[in-house]
Design a protein around this ligand. Structure first.
Ligand code: DC
Length: 225
């Protein structure tokens, strides 16, 4: 079974996706973290986004591995633990243009499909229900007000010791929404059959119970077929 969770930045995807995966005992895959790892590799290696050869050689040699350590999602880039670094403001501001490169998307989508081949999976991102798994068993599309999302992002950044105002974060988030929704390849868009949930006024527990309830209904329906 594949559960696709898409939506704009800080709409509550990661926290609810992780908990849904835990409760169902499914694999959890944060595809945004994959694009963040690739972005960090671009920054570290000083690669220009328009240098086709350099992009190709980076993608041929890159090793992105998302795993769990001590119950926490952990990201490795070429064998190095980069879990905190991929959340930095530097990576966040560079990730949209990097993830708009078609070759980057092709490589990541291939990897995402491969990972989900042998296990039930909750996969979160921007294009999971529309492109990566158009036949996903259940598709959610989470949305939330920009200000609520900015406050969530501010809390995340504070945990990393970085400080940004809510006003600045609203601007960042809205700019990233525009970039992610208008890019040519696999833009952020709600799949026609996705269930939209507005998480602005919801607690994490409420989001998770609602999603689990919908998944269980789907499982019942499939069982009775
Ligand atoms: O979910 P996030 O904020 O960590 O995602 C970081 C960026 O990665 C986001 O701005 C767009 C990109 N992304 C994407 O293009 N496709 C996905 N499936 C997931 C993320």
């Amino acid at each position: 079974m594949i559960i696709a969770i898409d939506g704009p930045a800080a709409s509550g995807k990661s926290t609810s996706a992780r908990q849904v995966a835990m409760q169902l005992d499914f694999l959890y895959l944060d595809t945004g973290a994959m694009y963040r790892c690739v972005t960090l590799a671009f920054i570290e290696q000083g690669i220009s986004l328009t240098d086709k050869n350099a992009v190709e050689s980076l993608l041929n040699s890159i090793d992105v591995n998302l795993t769990e350590e001590n119950g926490e999602p952990t990201a490795y880039l070429n064998g190095e633990n980069v879990t905190s670094r991929i959340r930095s403001a530097e990576v966040t501001s560079a990730v949209s243009p990097v993830s708009a490169i078609p070759e980057v998307r092709e490589t990541m989508v291939r990897l995402q499909r491969k990972i989900a081949l042998h296990s039930d999976c909750v996969m979160e991102g921007r294009d999971i229900g529309s492109v990566v798994f158009p036949d996903a068993d259940v598709k959610f599309f989470l949305v939330a007000d920009s200000e609520v999302r900015a406050k969530r992002r501010q809390d995340d950044l504070r945990k990393l010791g970085e400080e940004k105002s809510v006003e600045e974060l609203v601007k960042d988030i809205e700019a990233r929404d525009v970039y992610d929704s208008t890019r040519e390849h696999s833009p952020l868009q709600k799949a026609e059959d996705a269930i939209e949930i507005d998480t602005s006024q919801m607690t994490i527990d409420e989001q998770v119970s609602k999603m689990i309830e919908i998944v269980n209904q789907k499982r019942e329906k499939t069982k009775n077929k």
